[in-house]
Design a protein around this ligand. Sequence first.
Ligand SMILES: Nc1ncnc2c1ncn2[C@@H]1O[C@H](COP(=O)(O)OP(=O)(O)OP(=O)(O)O)[C@@H](O)[C@H]1O
Length: 261
Amino acid sequence: MAAHPGGLTAAAAVQIRDLHRSFTDDRPVLSGLDLTIAPGEFVALLGRSGSGKSTLLRALAGLDRVAKDGNSKDGDASGSGDVTVPEQVSVVFQDSRLLPWQRVLRNVVLGLQGPGALRRGKEALAEVGLAGRERAWPRELSGGEQQRVALARSLVREPELLLADEPFGALDALTRIKMHGLLRALHERHRPAVLLVTHDVDEAIVLADRVLVLEGGVVKTERRIDLDGTRDPSDPRFAAVRTELLAALGLAGGAEIKENP
Ligand SMILES: Nc1ncnc2c1ncn2[C@@H]1O[C@H](COP(=O)(O)OP(=O)(O)OP(=O)(O)O)[C@@H](O)[C@H]1O
């Protein structure tokens, strides 16, 4: 797979064509995946455990060496395809990955150049509700606050693409709901294209413009979310979309989620 930062048309923030990735010869994880994400579009990616969600995200983030090197092999691992992403890509993971020996503001501006870096870092912290906590150490923050710092760190770079791999997966239900509100507000304000990997069907419906279900190495199901103003999980229209997506995941009738064979 060749990753081409930049060089995108105005019509797409992400373009993936015929992406293949396998770690062993017997079972490909991604097998001819195509995906386009429009600038500013919020896409959520669902799929059973082991379906390749993180593999796809890592390929987009340039974190996958085999995938990055074009048509390449490394032992049993191989990758091919064409992936185009914007210049500015930020990634948020389930754990905040803050440096424990750096204060919060330093974590946010790490690697940023220029005289305005600290000011921009402070503004980003204020945006995520952490004004005044610039000099705190990461260990002094709750899990939710640490994820707020991680969001500030990614947004201060003004990404055209934000990749998020289960960013709220480790948080309690109430904190998670608050983080949904925050992420929606940040998306409204900054309008990056977003690819959010999640196991939480409601989270996908609350946040995304479009929800994809990955199965058999390709995007098997695609659902545009057109519930504007009524993204209330108790709304019958919301419930109908939930049922549809659960069925696409093989979870209709409350069945247990199945691992890939
Ligand atoms: N570095 C690796 N080496 C070998 N196998 C790998 C590697 N990374 C991923 N895999 C395999 O690829 C498959 C897809 O993994 P991936 O992490 O992308 O799935 P996922 O959909 O994100 O799963 P989950 O929802 O459980 O996080 C799994 O079978 C996994 O074991």
